[in-house]
Design a protein. Structure first.
Ligand code: NCD
Length: 305
């Protein structure tokens, strides 16, 4: 494996090795072991907003002993704003860095990176299409919270059309034996016909369920994966959107051993009143696992240690 551009790049053996490394990293960090003394440089290039992905990558690089070169807001401050192509951007970054962590609104940039980058590239978000490192940390979180992902029922709610974390995680879960339920948000006003924010056609193997049905199915779910509406990715001005909202009355019907995940940022889809419920993984454990997974992934790709 040279790059991580899509979850399609990951074999089961890659996933197992990365999870084993992440487990070891977590133990070292919890034991307050000093950072690893490596010597490498990563270009951290985020041309879309980010809090968790960017900060966890940069924290991970610090822990490993690497150095970061970056732009504060790459869409405005890099030469992309002067019309430079992504092809030329990758060619340039590869002259300065040993690895590139890249996020951009163009869904197809990973193909360009694959062709033109001479150093490994990690996809930190490609438009509304993929977010493979989030999928890895989500899968890792499910395994840690519930012991195993096989045999589990997992429900995805919210913007399944433009939610890249959903796309990558669903593809990754296809390697395991679990049952997927999809509860897409619906735009009930603002379009001429009701617009379902459902999985793009090429994923539509699973059938969508209504929000009413989803509520009734909550007691059977092992994992509920909530997402916000990606308003920046479609003309949503003046739209009225209905999306399942998870609150205390909903989670009171769920199993005591289940997990609520959200890639964050959260808008209105999760009521703050459930944040402290032991099944809510999103603010602490899921975010923290992102750090361990990203350290492990960089060790794996750069063959560090
Ligand atoms: C997500 C993203 O950027 O795709 N956040 C993240 O990376 N943790 C989800 C989102 O923006 O809604």
């Amino acid at each position: 494996m040279k790059h991580l551009l899509s979850v399609d790049d990951l074999t089961s053996s890659d996933i197992n090795s990365i999870f084993q490394l992440a487990h070891d990293v977590e133990e070292l960090i919890l034991a307050k072991s000093p950072k690893r003394g490596n010597d490498f440089v990563v270009a951290s290039f985020f041309a879309e907003p980010s809090t968790r992905t960017r900060f966890s990558f940069e924290r991970a690089i610090h822990w490993l002993g690497g150095k970061i070169i970056t732009a504060a807001d790459a869409s405005a401050s890099s030469s992309i704003s002067k019309g430079e192509s992504l092809k030329d951007t990758f060619r340039t970054l590869g002259q300065y860095a040993d690895m590139i962590v890249f996020r951009h609104k163009d869904e197809n940039w990973p193909d360009i990176a694959d062709k033109y980058s001479r150093v490994p590239v990690i996809n930190a978000g490609s438009g509304g299409k993929e977010h493979p490192t989030q999928a890895l940390l989500d899968l890792y979180t499910i395994q840690k919270e519930l012991g195993d992902v096989n045999g589990k029922s997992i429900m995805f709610c919210g913007d399944l059309m433009f939610g890249r974390t959903v796309h990558s995680l669903i593809k990754l879960l296809a390697k395991y034996d679990c049952k997927i339920f999809l509860c897409p948000a619906t735009v009930i006003e603002g379009y001429t016909t009701t617009y379902y924010l459902d999985l793009p056609g090429y994923y539509a193997a699973e059938k969508a369920i209504s929000q009413e049905t989803a509520k009734k199915l909550l007691p059977e779910m092992d994992v509920v994966y909530m997402t916000r509406i990606q308003k920046e990715r479609f003309s949503s001005d003046g739209c009225v959107i209905e999306s399942l909202k998870l609150d205390k009355s909903g989670i009171d019907t769920m199993k005591s051993k289940s997990a609520i995940l959200h890639p964050l940022p959260r808008n209105e889809e999760i009521a703050e009143e459930i944040d402290d419920d032991p099944r809510a993984s999103y603010h602490e454990r899921q975010v923290r696992n992102g750090l361990y997974i990203r350290i492990a992934l960089m060790e794996y790709l750069l063959e560090l240690r």
